[in-house]
Design a protein around this ligand. Structure first.
Ligand code: NAD
Ligand code: UFG
Length: 336
C-alpha cells in the first residue's frame, strides 16, 4: 500500500516509517517540521535502504494537502501531525486547537474529496483523564484536563461523526500510553526541540550529561513507592500496532478504538533504576512537588488490540531503556 503519514518526520512517525517500509509498503510523509527535522527521514532511509517521498507542508494548507493527493495514489493515512506539549497547550490553547483540530478537518476534507477513507489517528491515554479504575478499558469514561487532551478528545468525536455520516470510512483511534525507547540501530529516536517535558527523554539527557538532575514530581501519590505510575511502551511495539491497525482497516471494520499499551505500570523510581542499569550511569534525582495536572496511576488493558489486531507489546522496560540510551549516547544533541 501507499501510506501517507502526516507528521511522519516526528518521533513516532519516523519509527512507524521504518516498520512500514520494512513490511513492503511505500511511505509518503507530510510534515511542516515544526517539531522535527528532515534528518530523521534520511536516517529512516539509511536503516531501510528505501526511499521516502517527503513534502514539507503544513497540514492546515488545504490546497497544498490536496496537491499531495493529486500527485500520489494514497491508499490510507496515518495521522500523527499535531502539537503535543501539555504545558504549552495551557499557555496557547488557540494555537493547539487551530493546529490539531483544523489540521484534522483539512485532512479529512481532502481525503473525502479524493475517495481515501482509511485513517489511523494518533490519540492518547490522556483522553481518559484521571481514570476511575486501572487497567483502563476502551469503554472507560473519557474527559481530558487540558487543551492538548481536549484537542485529542474533540478529534475523536469529529472522526466518529464523520464515520456516522458515511459508513464507507474505516477509522482506527489508537490511544497510545507512554511511548519510549528508540530503534535498535540508534539512528533514530526522540529529539525534543526544547527542554524535555516527558520522563524518559529527560532521564536520557541527564544520563548523557546535557542536564544536571531529574526532578521527580511528587513521592506522595497512592502508589507503591509514592511516585507516578505509567504504562511505558516501546516505540517499535507502537509502530507495529499501526501496521496491524492498517491491516484491520482493510477488512472494513468501520470505526474502531484500541489502547496501545503493555498493561503494566512502572513508577518513576522504577524507570530511573532500569535506566541506570541499562546505561551504567547514575541519574541524580531530586524529589519536588507534584506537577499540576498529573495523575497517580495510568495503565492500559490492551486485550482488545490483542484480540482484534493480533497485537501485543513484546519489549520490556530493560529493552526500552537500553534502546533509549543507545540513541542518546550516539546522538547526544539529537539530529544535529
Ligand atoms: P512529534 O512532535 O515528534 O511528531 C509530530 C509531528 O507532526 C512533528 O514532526 C511535527 O513537525 C508535525 N506537525 C505538527 N503540526 C503539523 C502541521 N500543522 N502540519 C504538518 N506537520 C505538523 O510527536 P510524536 O511523539 O511523534 O507524536 C505523534 C502523535 O502522537 C501526535 O499527534 C501526538 O499528540 C500523539 N501522541 C504522542 C504521545 C507521546 O508521548 N509521544 C502520546 C500520545 C499521543
Ligand atoms: N515525571 C517526573 N519528572 C519529569 C517528567 C515526568 O517526575 O521531569 C513523572 C511525571 O510526574 C509522571 C511520569 O513521570 O508521573 C510520566 O510523565 P510524562 O510527562 O513522561 O508522561 P505523562 O503520563 O504525564 O504524559 C504523557 C504525554 C501525554 C500523553 C500521556 C499518555 O505527555 O501527552 O503520556 O500517552 F497523553
Amino acid at each position: 500500500m501507499n501510506i501517507l503519514l502526516t507528521g511522519g518526520a516526528g518521533y513516532i512517525g519516523s519509527h512507524t516509517s521504518v516498520m512500514l517500509l520494512e513490511s513492503g509498503h511505500d511511505v509518503v510523509v507530510l510534515d511542516n517540521l515544526c517539531n522535527s527535522k528532515a534528518a530523521s527521514l534520511k536516517r529512516v532511509e539509511e536503516i531501510t535502504g528505501k526511499k521516502i517521498l517527503f513534502y514539507q507542508e503544513d497540514l492546515c494548507d488545504l490546497a497544498g494537502v490536496n496537491e499531495i493527493f493529486r500527485q500520489n495514489s494514497i491508499d490510507a493515512v496515518i495521522h500523527f501531525a499535531g502539537l503535543k506539549s501539555v504545558a504549552e497547550s495551557v499557555e496557547q490553547p488557540l494555537r493547539y486547537y487551530q493546529n490539531n483540530i483544523n489540521g484534522t478537518l483539512v485532512l479529512c476534507e481532502v481525503m473525502q474529496a479524493n475517495g481515501v477513507k482509511n485513517l489511523v489517528f494518533s490519540s492518547s491515554a490522556t483522553v481518559y483523564g484521571n481514570p476511575e479504575t486501572v487497567p483502563i478499558n476502551e469503554n472507560a469514561p473519557v474527559g481530558a484536563f487540558n487543551p492538548y487532551g481536549r484537542s485529542k478528545l474533540f478529534i475523536e468525536k469529529i472522526l466518529t461523526d464523520l464515520y456516522l455520516s458515511d459508513k464507507k470510512w474505516n477509522i482506527a483511534l489508537l490511544r497510545y500510553f507512554n511511548p519510549v525507547g528508540a530503534h535498535l540501530s540508534g539512528l533514530i529516536g526522540e529529539d525534543p526541540s526544547d527542554l524535555p517535558n516527558n520522563l524518559m527523554p529527560y532521564i536520557s539527557q541527564v544520563a548523557v550529561g546535557q542536564l544536571q538532575k531529574l526532578l521527580i514530581y511528587g513521592d506522595d501519590y497512592e502508589t507503591p513507592d509514592g511516585t507516578g505510575v505509567r504504562d511505558y511502551i516501546h516505540v517499535m511495539d507502537l509502530a507495529q500496532g499501526h501496521l496491524k491497525a492498517l491491516e484491520k482497516l482493510n477488512s472494513g471494520p468501520g470505526l474502531v478504538t484500541y489502547n496501545l499499551g503493555t498493561g503494566k505500570g512502572y513508577s518513576v523510581l522504577e524507570m530511573v533504576a532500569a535506566y541506570e542499569k541499562a546505561s551504567g550511569k547514575q541519574i541524580p534525582c531530586q524529589i519536588v512537588g507534584r506537577r499540576p495536572g498529573d495523575i497517580p496511576t495510568c495503565y492500559a488493558n490492551p486485550c482488545l488490540a490483542e484480540k482484534e489486531l493480533g497485537w501485543t507489546a513484546r519489549r520490556g522496560i530493560d529493552e526500552m531503556c537500553t534502546d533509549a540510551w543507545r540513541w542518546q549516547y550516539l546522538n547526544p544533541k539529537g539530529y544535529v
